[in-house]
Design a protein around this ligand. Structure first.
Ligand SMILES: Cc1cc2nc3c(=O)[nH]c(=O)nc-3n(C[C@H](O)[C@H](O)[C@H](O)COP(=O)(O)OP(=O)(O)OC[C@H]3O[C@@H](n4cnc5c(N)ncnc54)[C@H](O)[C@@H]3O)c2cc1C
Ligand SMILES: *[C@@H]1O[C@H](CO)[C@@H](O)[C@H](O)[C@H]1NC(C)=O
Ligand SMILES: *[C@@H]1O[C@H](CO)[C@@H](O)[C@H](O)[C@H]1NC(C)=O
Ligand SMILES: *[C@@H]1O[C@H](CO)[C@@H](O)[C@H](O)[C@H]1NC(C)=O
Ligand SMILES: *[C@@H]1O[C@H](CO)[C@@H](O)[C@H](O)[C@H]1NC(C)=O
Ligand SMILES: *[C@@H]1O[C@H](CO)[C@@H](O)[C@H](O)[C@H]1NC(C)=O
Ligand SMILES: *[C@@H]1O[C@H](CO)[C@@H](O)[C@H](O)[C@H]1NC(C)=O
Length: 604
């Protein structure tokens, strides 16, 4: 709720002296009071319980010297990094130039210890600059990182965090839209070294609902395009359900949140195709989970929310035979028309075809900004260019009949889906501080209320008089229920199976936004833009990885009444003390991040 954020403005912290509470079976929480409420908090730097130098040293030897203090790379542009462990000199002109150039690049961000795509969630407290005298502080970054190279390193970090009552963060690629891969003062376990990939023609890895076809087993850090590239090199070439974004991980937040991508219309979510996970549980056990071994955990890892039940070390997925595929593009922009009435007519007509596209087996990625719609690409897996052109013909005829100018070229034919992927999907870049939300629009609402849905689009682009044309949107047409997947194969919301468009909407904030400005934009997102989408598509749902975590009823929107209670039980069973936490995940209702986005605490 935006109110949670807002109320932070109105109160101040009252500190309670240093006694610690012992709760049975869990590390002691640190008592604090905030806004008149009693909390038990994780242990942070400055608390008496914070590990001693020797403890960190021992941890460092357990992880073979792979423990490091988190210093944002941007610190190279500043004289000092003033971290929790004191000020250190960091200025380095060459490194600063390098950081400044690479700052928006996904590949570079992925490779860092803790850097995020969405800087809003770092509190933008250390940014590239030409003025080295400006401050560089940790913001919402963690304090230490383990650059894990083995599963033993992951376990060592997990056990240390549990025993010492530290905030624990798993950071894979740093893509998360809600800041779930960072936490103030946390111990971070970075998993991007886990790059093993093993393809097999026949699944031999355990019970799998009778599936015996081809599979791949990947390490936690493997990213989408890297996986697809290796899949395309198999003989015969295969493919996998990954994200549209080339650099999103596959076994981390992606599959654990559900995981949709260009093949979802044909093969379902990544979660629908998972066969087995090797994980480390909150109590430090290595477990293999599949259909028969710990089926409740298996279910929860398939869409029940990222990083909530265990740390995934490896995951196995079905693979599918590569097929020739067709791709197309269609743009309406200011070169073609500056008449906004015509432009929105074009968007409306395009969107009225969403259900037809999904029925024809398509996946479509598109963006809608002020006066510019860019549909790139439309993907037809296992179809010819002629088939795709035939699917698009009614759309083009409708646009022409309405006098809407558009650009498109005949559909392109590709020997494989991977060739299409390389040609038509682009790297995305990290931009200025942004808040993101999204809504999955139901088929029946597109059929009955397309005009209302386009009004919600307009609200997202111009949510308020002072923010005219400041919004931006990205849409994904897919039908997770188009293929043969049973509705309950994964812990994804069943409403996804009867929906056609996952719409994301983004609102920018100033880099130096005050708390009042942040609360204002958060409130606008939740109470104006989200509301517009929910009202326009009441039968839709929301995607845990790509939606506003402060929305009301996130339990219902993310999972719904048939799935959520199972996940809440799962959390209670496998992580009763709350070692794993991220916002708006099952069973985290009793936890809050208090004191202006810093301490993670349990309500007492
Ligand atoms: C540009 C962009 C494009 C995107 N495109 C798509 C898309 O096409 N389809 C889609 O479904 N989603 C997409 N997403 C959303 C994406 O799925 C989520 O951001 C997802 O959380 C990323 O997971 P990650 O592991 O790569 O990232 P991280 O940000 O590193 O981690 C995300 C979350 O997963 C947890 N986590 C990571 N690794 C592990 C692990 N090994 N074990 C346990 N928990 C772990 C983290 O703690 C965190 O909570 C996109 C996001 C961005 C920014
Ligand atoms: C951990 O050990 C390595 C290797 O000795 C060292 O380089 C590194 O600085 C140590 N980390 C911390 C946090 O002290
Ligand atoms: C950071 O530390 C340096 C060196 O101690 C000090 O001069 C500077 O004022 C500090 N900056 C901030 C923002 O605390
Ligand atoms: C976060 O940024 C705000 C300013 O927007 C600042 O007041 C606050 O101290 C910062 N918090 C941290 C932990 O950096
Ligand atoms: C509009 O799209 C056309 C076709 O791709 C492109 O050539 C043109 O540069 C675009 N105009 C703008 C303003 O982006
Ligand atoms: C914009 O297009 C609409 C719909 O075709 C038309 O009625 C209107 O006159 C146009 N406006 C301008 C300024 O050309
Ligand atoms: C690909 O298309 C052919 C012919 O239409 C069909 O027989 C086959 O099942 C399809 N394969 C997949 C994986 O969709």
């Amino acid at each position: 709720m935006a109110n949670r954020l807002l109320s932070h403005l109105l109160a101040s912290a009252a500190l309670v002296p240093s006694l610690t509470l012992a709760s049975p079976g869990a590390a002691p929480l640190v008592p604090r009071t905030w806004e008149g409420r009693s909390y038990g908090c994780k242990c942070y730097f400055g608390d008496a319980c914070w590990p001693k130098q020797k403890d960190w040293k021992d941890l460092n030897s357990t992880v073979n010297g792979n423990l490091a203090v988190i210093i944002p790379p941007e610190a190279a542009c500043h004289n000092f990094f003033n971290g929790t462990l004191g000020a250190i000199q960091t200025y380095d002109a060459a490194k600063c130039a390098d950081v400044t150039t690479n700052y928006p690049r996904e590949e570079w961000i992925n490779a860092q210890d803790a850097t995020l795509m969405w800087k809003y969630f770092t509190n933008s407290s250390c940014v590239p600059t030409t003025d080295a005298a400006t401050p560089c502080t940790p913001g919402y970054y963690g304090t230490y990182v383990i650059r894990a190279k083995t599963k033993q390193h992951v376990k060592a970090g997990l056990d240390f965090a549990r025993k010492k009552n530290l905030r624990l963060i798993v950071r894979n690629t740093g893509h998360d839209f809600m800041g779930r891969s960072t936490g103030w003062g946390a111990l971070v376990i970075n998993t991007h070294s886990f790059q093993d990939v093993k393809f097999e023609k026949k699944w031999k890895g355990g019970p799998s609902g009778g599936y015996s076809g081809s599979t791949v087993t990947i390490g936690a850090g493997v990213r989408g395009r890297d996986l697809l590239r290796q899949a395309a090199q198999q003989n015969p070439p295969v493919t996998v359900v990954t994200g549209e974004c080339p650099t999103v991980g596959v076994a981390g937040g992606f599959v654990q949140g559900g995981g949709h991508g260009p093949l979802t219309t044909i093969f379902g979510f990544a979660a629908d195709n998972a066969l087995s996970f090797d994980i480390i549980t909150a109590d430090g056990k290595y477990l293999t989970v599949n259909e028969k071994k710990h089926p409740d955990l298996f279910y929860g890892l398939k869409g029940g929310g990222p990083g909530n039940y265990g740390i995934v070390v490896t995951a196995s997925f079905k693979t599918f035979a590569e097929r020739p595929s067709a791709g197309a593009q269609l743009y309406i922009n200011s070169t073609l028309t500056t008449n906004m009435t015509l432009y929105w007519d074009g968007v409306r007509i395009f969107h009225s075809h969403a259900n037809n596209f999904v029925d024809a087996g398509l996946y479509v990625y598109f963006s809608v900004g002020p006066g510019s719609m860019r549909v790139r690409p439309l993907v037809a897996f296992n179809q010819t260019a002629a088939q795709l052109d035939a699917v698009l013909a009614p759309l083009k005829a409708d646009l022409t009949a309405a006098g809407v100018p558009f650009w498109s070229a005949p559909a392109g034919q590709y020997a494989t889906f991977f060739d299409l992927y390389l040609d038509l999907f682009e790297d995305e870049s990290a931009g200025p501080p942004t808040l993101t939300s999204g809504w999955m629009i139901a088929r029946e609402d597109i059929a009955s209320n397309n005009d209302g849905i386009i009004e919600a689009f307009q609200t997202a682009i111009s949510p308020r008089a002072d923010l005219e044309n400041r919004g931006y949107m990205v849409g994904h047409l897919f039908g997770a229920g188009h293929g043969p997947q049973p509705v309950d194969v994964s812990a994804t919301n069943p409403r996804f199976r009867v929906s056609s468009n996952l719409m994301l909407y983004l609102l920018p904030l100033p880099t130096d936004a005050t708390w009042a400005q942040k609360a204002d934009i958060q409130n606008l997102l939740a109470n104006t833009v989200d509301r517009a989408f929910r009202d326009a598509s009441p039968n839709g749902c929301a995607y845990v990885n790509e939606a506003d975590p402060f929305q009301d009823n996130w339990q219902d929107h993310f999972w719904g009444p048939s799935v959520y209670p199972k996940l809440k039980m799962l959390k209670k069973k496998w992580d009763p003390s709350g070692l794993f936490y991220a916002i708006a995940l099952p069973g985290t209702e009793n936890w809050d991040v208090i004191e202006y986005g810093t301490r993670l605490c349990k309500k007492l």
